[in-house]
Design a protein around this ligand. Structure first.
Ligand SMILES: *Cc1c(COP(=O)(O)O)cnc(C)c1O
Length: 233
């Protein structure tokens, strides 16, 4: 346990240092970058360890896992859902998470809107974009998103805070720099539309192996799991 705490502490320090350096390189303010500690597949004891080290923002990718973990952990944790969300699970997420990163269709946005509105809440969401157009990944295509965002922006009970993407897994993260750049450009295009309820202030991009490049390209949320907690089983 002692060893684990030391290791997680060291990992968090190193990551923050690397975020700092990437911001310096890009002329950005490090306060604009938030670290989402991706705790999927890790038990609550390990999450509590990171919490005791000061981490307050955690990301889970499965609704069921989120549901079992949140009641067992301190209530001042901010939970983000980062994984694929099915429409029939939306009711279990609204009110539990402060941000849903993975909204990948108009119909999902409509369901979140419906559930949030019913409870008098506003759900903050990001729209997931499949920039690299990988068959294996969820998300809007850039062109399709530009067509559908207007309709989404008029839905009650949701606030569109920005975009999210998952870059392809490559050996050298420099290879996916264009992916991050394109997500940022798309957010800029959407901002130009000046749609009510659409803010585009958040860009969720970058994971353990590519977050420094993502930060250089404008990430405001980096989703990091294995670099903090170690390999997942
Ligand atoms: C698991 C996961 C991450 C974190 O991956 P690591 O490589 O462990 O940092 C980030 N984003 C999503 C959507 C994930 O599912």
């Amino acid at each position: 346990m002692e060893y684990m705490m030391k290791q997680i502490s060291k990992n968090l320090e190193e990551i923050k240092e690397e975020i700092h350096k990437a911001c310096e390189k890009a002329g950005r303010n490090p306060e604009q970058v938030k670290l989402v500690a991706v705790s999927k597949n890790f038990p609550v004891e390990i999450i509590k360890t990171a919490y005791d080290l000061g981490q307050r923002l955690f990301g889970e990718n499965r609704v069921q896992e989120l549901g079992t973990k949140t009641p067992l952990l301190p209530s001042d944790i901010e939970w983000h859902l980062i994984g694929t969300l099915q429409r029939n699970k939306v009711k279990d997420v609204v009110g539990v998470t402060t941000l849903i990163h993975s909204v990948d269709s108009l119909s999902l946005a409509q369901e979140i809107s419906k559930q949030a509105f019913k409870r008098g809440l506003t759900a903050n969401i990001l729209l997931q974009v499949n920039i690299a157009q990988e068959d294996s990944k969820h998300g809007f295509e850039a062109g399709g998103l530009l067509k559908e965002i207007k309709e989404m922006s008029s839905l009650p009970g949701i606030k569109i805070k920005g975009l999210m993407t998952i870059a392809p897994l490559v050996e050298n993260p420099e290879e996916v720099r264009p992916v991050f750049r394109q997500l940022k450009a798309l957010a800029g295009e959407i901002k130009q539309l000046k749609l009510y309820g659409v803010e585009m202030q958040e860009l969720s991009m970058g994971m353990s192996h590519d977050f420094t490049v993502a930060v250089e390209e404008g990430a405001t949320l980096v989703r990091i799991g294995s670099r903090i907690f170690g390999k997942r089983n």
